[in-house]
Write a protein that binds this ligand. Structure first.
Ligand SMILES: NC(=O)C1=CN([C@@H]2O[C@H](COP(=O)(O)OP(=O)(O)OC[C@H]3O[C@@H](n4cnc5c(N)ncnc54)[C@H](OP(=O)(O)O)[C@@H]3O)[C@@H](O)[C@H]2O)C=CC1
Ligand SMILES: CC(C)(CO)C(=O)C(=O)O
Length: 318
């Protein structure tokens, strides 16, 4: 990349997350290219709209939109905004759109989501994980509803800087700076695994229960039984994390629980997948943490039961 040139950003999977962060980066002056699938022609015709409780009505038109990665220019940063269930299918597109030493950032929930992709990406590509603290969903083709929040915490997973902590830190700082330039909070996480476990403290209870109980956060937080269940599930995530060497203070879970009471009523992304009969992110959000905890000698029976119920739903909802 030429010194002084802003990095070129490619969005691989332009849904709620890819669309929101892509529009914010484009508005901040980055050269952003969007890979789409079902919404391609609508977005070419009508652009991308973000209806944000925080930033008002934002519009990006024209959009540098692509239906195939072969038409995309080589990008310095690739932000993967697809669901984890699509990662392996998207690997050829990521490889195709990546500049020789590109940074691939998975903006996804779950544990170990980088591992499957790492195995098929060239060694020259840096792989990072990003945890998005945001409430956003697609309201229609090219239409993104942003209800609250927006921070992205980043950590280095693997690549040419794996053995060089100074370089990997600099790369993660560069990624965080992109988001900060777009006016969003972004922190560098020294340990990506720890950061992923921390995020699971929220996603394990709320994502799954929203599907199982057909309830958004407001009713989940209003009912004494669901409140107790959420707290018990959070405690099991802390147990699993600790067994894997990632101690998360109890106060962290308490604070997430409390802050959810003050969030606008929110349907987690897993509920949207259920509603639209798309595969649920069970491998990333349930299977991987359950397996990691079990390998460390720790059983998590409530999470296991929630996972089994969700697996049934996942197999029967399509
Ligand atoms: N939404 C939220 O508030 C939050 C989401 N997350 C995480 O972020 C990640 C993304 O979630 P979210 O943005 O909600 O998901 P969405 O379903 O809104 O977006 C996924 C996008 O990826 C596209 N896609 C999938 N496969 C392909 C393909 N082969 N080629 C091109 N495009 C493809 C989909 O296109 P198509 O329309 O054709 O299916 C869709 O546009 C998940 O891991 C989620 O858990 C994390 C924090 C908050
Ligand atoms: C936890 C929450 C709602 C906001 O921090 C989120 O980021 C998610 O849905 O994954």
């Amino acid at each position: 990349m030429d010194a002084g040139r802003k990095p070129r950003v490619g969005i691989i999977g332009t849904g709620a997350i890819g669309g929101f962060y892509g529009v914010m980066l484009a508005r901040a002056g980055f050269d952003v290219h969007f890979l789409l699938r079902s919404e391609f022609s609508t977005v070419v015709e009508q652009g991308l709209q973000v209806n944000s409780a925080q930033y008002g009505a934002l519009s990006l038109k024209p959009v540098q939109a692509y239906a195939s990665a072969e038409e995309m220019p080589l990008c310095d940063w690739l932000l993967v905004g697809a669901k984890t269930t699509s990662n392996l299918q998207l690997a050829p597109a990521i490889i195709q759109a990546a500049a020789p030493d590109a940074k691939v950032l998975l903006l996804q929930n779950g544990l170990d989501v980088e591992d499957g992709l790492r195995a098929v990406l060239p060694e020259s590509l840096h792989l990072l994980g990003g945890l998005c603290f945001i409430c956003v969903h697609r309201a229609g083709p090219g239409q993104i509803e942003h209800q609250a929040l927006g921070a992205v915490n980043l950590g280095y997973h693997s690549g040419p800087a794996s053995a060089d902590p100074v370089l990997s830190q600099a790369i993660v700082e560069e990624g965080a700076a992109l988001f900060r330039e777009a006016g969003l909070d972004s922190k560098v996480m020294g340990n990506l695994q720890q950061a992923r476990w921390q995020k699971l403290v929220w996603n394990v209870p709320y994502n799954g229960l929203s599907v199982l109980l057909k309830a958004s956060t407001t009713p989940l937080m209003a009912d004494p039984d669901s409140r107790e269940l959420i707290q018990n599930l959070m405690q099991e995530v802390l147990l699993g994390a600790a067994a894997c060497g990632h101690v998360i203070p109890d106060a962290y879970a308490q604070q997430l629980f409390k802050s959810t009471e003050h969030m606008p009523d929110y349907w987690p992304s897993m509920y949207h997948d259920f509603l639209h009969q798309r595969p649920l992110e069970l491998a990333a959000i349930y299977v991987a943490p359950l397996a990691a905890a079990r390998a460390a000698g720790c059983e998590l029976p409530k999470i296991q039961a929630l996972y089994q119920a969700l697996s049934f739903i996942d197999r029967h909802h399509a």
